[in-house]
Design a protein around this ligand. Sequence first.
Ligand code: NAP
Ligand code: F7E
Length: 332
Amino acid sequence: MAKKALITGITGQDGYHLANLLNEKGYEVYGIIRGQHNPKRERLEKEQPFVKIIEADLVDQSSLVRALQTAQPDEVYNLGAISHVGYSFKNPQLTADVTGKGTLNMLEAIRAVGGEKTIRFYQASTSEMFGGLDYNRPGEGYNEDSLFHPRSPYGVAKLYAHWITKNYRESYGIHASCGILFNHEGERRGVEFVTRKISNAVARIKLGKQDHIELGNLDPKRDWGYAGDYVEGMWLMLQQDKPGDYVLATGETHTIGEFLDLAFKEIGIEDWKPYVKENPDFMRPAEVDILLGDPTKAETVLGWKRKVDFPSLVKLMVAHDLELEASGEVLK
Ligand code: NAP
Ligand code: F7E
């Protein structure tokens, strides 16, 4: 019998990669779509027709109960969230409801259908919970034992989701694991995130469709990996006999300036400064200055390792956007 998986956040970057991975592994894949006319539904139906769509919303627990009753999943991957840090400052209560309490709603739905012993649960935790104040393990990278100090409503909501997942593991014996994932990017990254914003702008500049890009703070450093590698780690967590928490990261950190260097070099431009304008609208009330992860536990216990390195990541994103922009297709 094929295993069954239910994914929240199926229309997001990770949902796309994870659905493909599980499909390749022979899973029956169910995906939750929210909204009465979600514009991303058409694309999902076209690109991933194997996904069985269920209409539900993380803020509506009754809809999650029905989704579980329909899918009868062996595994639930909770990727759905308000995931943009800047947006979370503008909509903090919505972020708490979706990103924080949405996780509780799903865990309670699992209890409501009596799935504590039969359903394995993955929670999409984040490096944003660490907050980037480099006082924990200076220079060594955050690991599963590092202190948390979230710096945004998003980070705080994710920390609640992280701890309620651990609490339900300890209280009700649910096989629930948290992947503490550092930034991961790729050709399906939303254009509201800095890497995709840059790769897309670089492609458009090359094709003469725009002449500059407006960005906020260029100094922060991030541990950037490729999303396709990270969904493999999510799946591995749920295949372990025991649940646990794992950092997935590359162990390297780079500034936005370094991303710009490599991206502009792909179109033959050595000095990007004339093409980049500072715009305070993209700055945040509190910034996470540096994120660097230590994936030793995932590498040792899960046998997980990222395959795509930083220069290859930038290259693949720019190449993808050059093709997309040249084709005239609308960026979705
Ligand atoms: P993403 O592209 O922003 O996707 C977020 C998904 O959540 C979308 O499918 C969105 O649906 C869905 N969603 C939003 N509100 C919802 C609601 N009320 N009910 C149900 N679904 C809802 O995010 P991602 O990059 O794929 O990340 C996946 C998860 O990992 C997120 O939880 C994110 O916070 C977390 N994470 C991401 C990273 C990273 O670097 N990418 C790192 C650590 C953790 P719509 O399409 O309808 O808006
Ligand atoms: O910002 C700076 C910005 O929005 C990265 C999410 O997936 O990863 C992501 O969160 C950095 C920040 O990602 C612009 O201030 C400058 O320092 O691409 P981002 P993020 O905030 O790191 C974590 C791990 C998650 O969990 C989140 O869900 O870039 N920056 N100028 C800018 N950022 C944006 N978005 N736009 C700019 O114009």
